[in-house]
Design a protein around this ligand. Structure first.
Ligand code: GLY
Length: 345
């Protein structure tokens, strides 16, 4: 079992082990709460019904099963769930368990952070992406008709329990999705070497990823500075994800965005060609497709039309070298030229 402590506005432990769906009472004692709401989705519930039902050690567990998929991260589901918490008499000392991937985590986190101005949140991520990224750091959100994640809070969980056995049944596509973020960590920090990216995700790789994220979050919980480094690969990645109508997975788009960030780094900072090629060869050998699919102009237009863009400039994370990221401010024409300029391949 590996454990790491996050010292943010709330201190909490992340526990990583192969629990096989059977959590020891010392780390998962729901008797501390009078009532617990488990929020999950149809796919996760279908796969882990036994595990979720076995959490019902008392008769005060309530289950809220949303349809799986990004479309469920909406205001309607949010209101439905908090109304049901109220109808069922949930109080401030009760708890919400986010049992699932990123969508469940974001929605359940937003529910927990706003119901009665905040009740305990326990995260049990079931996808590689949520294990290494979204379950940690306290970002919660729902989508609005005008954009993804436009309504949300920073709200740290009370505990994150990672059962690596969930990875056994995770479709390969979902493993690839999680690797998008792991590759990002390897570019940001040497605690994940490029060589480690060829290995399969295990406790240690998840632990190292989370140590990198934890250190950044502890320094800048509310993203007023350094936390923006975690957006490496996401500027172009989000645009491609949006242009695809969210048919491409987040991780798949992040990998495309990372390739774009490498190209921009090559053109902007002369990122070493050996480093560039080494990273690309690992990305390719993992079977990721780095093609941006859409014309550069369309991607750049999409980036600048984003509600979160900063007027006529966008903050972009580029690399001087591995583990030497730098945030640069780019104008529309600068981003466009850097993306189309020839780099090493
Ligand atoms: N996923 C990026 C962050 O948590 O800041």
């Amino acid at each position: 079992m590996l454990k790491l402590r996050v010292k943010a506005s709330r201190e909490y432990d992340i526990i990583i082990s192969r629990f096989n769906g059977s959590f020891p009472e010392c780390i998962f004692n729901l008797k501390n709460f009078k009532k617990t709401a488990v929020i999950t989705d149809t796919e996760v519930y279908g796969r882990y019904k036994n595990v979720i039902d076995s959490l019902s050690v008392t008769n005060s567990i309530y289950k809220y099963v949303i349809e799986s998929g990004e479309k469920s991260k909406n205001g309607e589901n949010y209101l439905k769930i908090i109304n049901r918490l109220a109808e069922n008499g949930f109080q401030r000392h009760d708890a919400v368990i986010a049992f699932g991937g990123g969508v469940v985590g974001d929605l359940a986190g937003f529910v927990a952070s706003t119901y009665m101005r905040g009740i305990t949140l326990i995260s049990v991520p079931t996808t590689l992406l949520s294990m290494v990224d979204s379950s940690v750091g306290g970002k919660t959100a729902i989508d609005l008709p005008s954009g993804k994640n436009l309504c949300g809070t920073f709200y740290q969980p009370a505990a994150v329990i990672i059962d690596t056995a969930f990875l056994d049944t995770l479709p390969e596509k979902e493993i690839m999705n999680g690797y998008g973020e792991i590759i990002k960590y390897a570019l940001l920090d040497k605690r994940i070497s490029v060589e480690m990216l060829s290995e399969s995700a295990d406790e240690q790789l998840i632990y190292n990823s989370l140590c990198i994220k934890r250190d950044i979050v502890e320094e800048d919980e509310y993203e007023s500075g350094k936390r923006a480094l975690l957006n490496l690969g996401h500027t172009v990645g989000h645009a491609v994800e949006k242009l695809s109508g969210y048919t491409l997975s987040h991780g798949e788009c992040v990998v495309k965005g990372l390739k774009a960030a490498l190209d921009i780094s090559a053109n902007l900072f002369n990122l070493d060609s050996g480093v560039y090629n080494k990273i690309l060869s690992v990305i390719n050998s993992r079977g990721h497709n780095t093609s941006l699919i859409y014309p550069t102009e369309e991607i750049v237009k999409c980036i600048f039309s984003d509600k979160k863009s900063d007027g006529d400039k966008v903050r972009f994370v580029a690399l001087k070298n591995i583990a030497e990221p730098e945030i640069v401010s780019l104008k529309i024409n600068e981003l466009n030229s850097l993306l189309i300029a020839k780099s090493y391949n």
